[in-house]
Design a protein around this ligand. Structure first.
Ligand code: MIC
Ligand code: SF4
Length: 657
């Protein structure tokens, strides 16, 4: 039987297991990436494991999320990260050089390689035929130390693209269409592999907009085959020699198939406050727009900003609207500046930002109260923009620029009719991506050879071995689709404590209930209850680390998002799945007890657990876990488990703290 492209790359990197859907496999990782807000823990864990040198072909440390350095704590983090990259042999991308995914695709992404990154949008280089997966920090640490990465073999879904995008429909509309059809949990446990005649009509950057935002479907990864478009892009970034032709076999078998006819697509928009609340732009036309931002790792490339710039050439941003361009990389800014586009945009009324994640997580350009913001980003979870009850819409750069011109949401086709001389800008790649590389410090150019820890750099929190008894109050009951932004928000006031877990944990679940952290501390233990898709969104392991630090021992949810589920194991919290009726019956404040000896049950492979509520009603909860995951849980988390492995121990032993 023929293989899918996903299977071919996995096969090439397989060190353990078989490529059977649902089976645990271990794969070799060629490249890792980390960024400033997850990276500090990655390196602290690298140090705590006693590792002394990066083992992967490429390890890259980017500083992108909080580059404004509002507080010395941010700068301390960056200083520490430069010292860690230098000490252990990683590339270091200076603050302001750009968003990890953009800089990585410009410099390192290559067909056929595997990439693991401590950021959920790591799958971006799937558009170049790289198998790239987002993970929690400690998984990246371990892979960087040379160990395999373990995942359940996902289903491989064939997303067959037909036809060609009409004028004004873009790559963003392809992924918005998939979100419209499949929802934010439609990709969980799946890798989306793009095939079909429509593929060759998309340039590599367009493909990377699609693979980037596959994360919003909950997918493990997304990947395109490679062809002339891939080769063309690699030539333009000066890495033609890294091209390799990769295609699935003709008789490859997929677990499922979705067909998208590109010719049927039209400008789409995700309404507040979920990326899957997608409708045609025409359905929401006429709403007044206060703010427009073009940028982020989804649509912040040179090729994304250029169409907006062309639309604004000789025009003005509407007086009632503010428009910001936040490029994905300094290279994009530099090239647009050299070509005169930055000046053109400024003349039109655009405020040009440094290359940073910034506004995407509420750092800068926070919308006004009761205002509407249109962004070319990938997430619009409520409050993520920095203000509660925000109204953030997600769209393509073309739709964003049209709104900036008109001052209201408008389908660019209608605006073109109205203006008479507005042409669809289409997609245009530069002849050469020739920005300076001075901000990317290679391991040979390292400036530090020892770790520099300012006062904001704390210790890695550790948990003891798993208890036999888990009992406590259901401290919080939550609905479906709780995001990691709810669990540990990433706004500046909170983000600056990413390396200081004692302080950071005070903000745990504050977006759901701001009394939670205090109640949890007082209760000294307890459980969380949630609906479907608990922990969707980012890869931040802090969303497991902080609840663990506050004493949470188990999460009972109807289902879990992939990365967060792995993070719960990694920090010794038992993720138990419950059905809808059990969910309905447990109330916040109930006393919840796991009747089984949890330690024994976990280590013996038991799947069903009895949960007693208020000393009376009993329900069944399921632990679906591999042997390795059970061992990690029993040890009290991945750090303790890894140390045990290194010491040659077997079975769990109490973590040493
Ligand atoms: C995000 O988009 O939510 C982030 C901020 O990039 C996170 C990483 C983090 O929390 O540091 C992600 O996507 O993993
Ligand atoms: Fe940065 Fe936003 Fe992309 Fe996350 S989604 S990496 S915060 S630009």
């Amino acid at each position: 039987m023929g293989q899918t492209l996903t299977e071919k790359i996995l096969d090439d990197h397989l060190v353990e297991g078989e490529l059977e859907t649902g089976e645990e496999i271990g794969i070799e990782i060629d490249q890792v990436l980390t960024q400033d807000t997850t990276g500090t823990m990655v390196w602290l864990q690298f140090e705590a494991m006693g590792l002394d040198e990066v083992q992967t072909e490429i390890a890259a440390q980017y500083c992108d999320h909080q580059t404004y350095q509002f507080d010395f704590k941010n700068t301390d983090d960056h200083r520490f990260l430069r010292s860690a990259a230098g000490t252990y042999g990683a590339y270091f991308s200076r603050p302001g050089n750009g968003i990890c995914h953009n800089v990585h695709r410009e410099n390192f992404a290559a067909p056929g390689k595997t990439l693991l990154g401590s950021d959920s949008h790591t799958p971006t280089p799937g558009g170049l035929g790289e198998l790239a997966i987002g993970a929690g920090g400690i998984d990246v640490t371990v892979a960087m130390g040379g160990a395999p990465y373990y995942i359940e073999m996902p289903e491989v879904v064939n997303v067959r693209l037909e036809g060609e995008l009409p004028d004004w429909a873009t790559a963003k509309d392809v992924i918005l269409e998939l979100l419209r059809r499949l929802s934010v949990k439609g990709g969980v446990g799946k890798i989306l592999e793009y095939t079909g005649p429509g593929v060759e009509t998309l340039t590599a950057p367009e493909r990377m907009t699609i693979t980037n935002m596959g994360t919003e479907l909950g997918a493990t990864s997304s990947i395109f085959p490679t062809d002339e478009q891939t080769e063309d892009y690699l030539e333009r970034v000066g890495r033609a020699d890294e091209y390799e032709e990769l295609q699935p076999d003709d008789d490859a078998e997929y677990d499922d198939e979705i067909v998208v006819d590109l010719s049927d697509l039209e400008p789409l928009i995700a309404q507040p406050s979920m990326p899957d609340k997608v409708v045609p732009v025409r359905e929401v036309e006429g709403q007044s727009v206060d703010q427009v931002i073009v940028g982020s790792c989804t649509n912040g490339g040179y090729e994304d900003i250029l169409p907006a710039a062309k639309m604004l050439e000789g025009r003005e941003v509407n007086k009632k609207t503010e428009m910001i361009v936040a490029p994905g990389s300094k290279q994009a800014s530099e090239m647009l500046a050299r070509e005169g586009w930055v000046a053109e945009m400024m003349a039109a009324g655009v405020n040009f930002s440094e290359a940073t994640c910034g506004a995407c997580i509420g750092i800068g350009h926070v919308p006004a109260s009761d205002s509407v913001s249109l962004r070319t980003f990938n997430r619009n979870f409520e409050g993520r923009s920095g203000i509660e009850d925000d109204n953030v819409f997600l769209c393509s750069p073309e739709v964003a620029a049209a709104a900036a011109i008109k001052g209201e949401i408008v389908d660019p086709r209608d605006l073109a009719d109205e203006l008479g001389d507005l042409e669809a800008p289409g997609i245009e790649l530069p002849d050469e991506y020739d920005g300076s590389k001075t901000d990317l410090i290679t391991p040979d150019e390292a400036v530090d050879d020892e770790l520099v820890k300012g006062p904001n750099i704390g210790d890695v929190p550790l948990k003891d071995q798993l208890d036999a008894d888990i009992a406590g109050e259901a401290l919080l009951k939550m609905e479906d689709n709780i995001t990691t932004d709810h669990i540990i928000p990433a706004t500046q006031d909170i983000l600056m404590y990413r390396s200081n877990i004692d302080k950071l944990s005070e903000f745990t679940l504050s977006r759901v209930d701001d009394t939670f952290a205090e109640r949890a501390r007082e209760a000294d233990g307890g459980v969380l209850v949630a609906g479907e898709n608990y922990g969707q969104g980012s890869s931040r392991e802090h969303a497991a680390m902080c609840p663990m630090y506050l004493g949470i021992e188990a999460v009972l949810a109807q289902s879990f998002a992939r990365i967060h589920r792995a993070n719960l194991f990694n920090f010794g919290i038992v993720p138990l799945t419950i059905d809808e009726d059990t969910y309905a019956d447990i109330d916040q404040g109930d006393e919840v007890e796991i009747v089984d000896d949890v330690y024994d049950a976990v280590t013996s492979g038991q799947e069903e657990f009895t949960v007693r509520v208020n000393g009376d009603e009993e329900y069944t909860a399921t632990l679906d876990a591999s042997e390795r995951e059970r061992d990690i849980l029993a040890a009290g988390g991945k750090l303790a488990w890894t140390k045990e492995q290194a010491e040659g121990g077997s079975g769990a032993a109490p973590a040493d703290d």
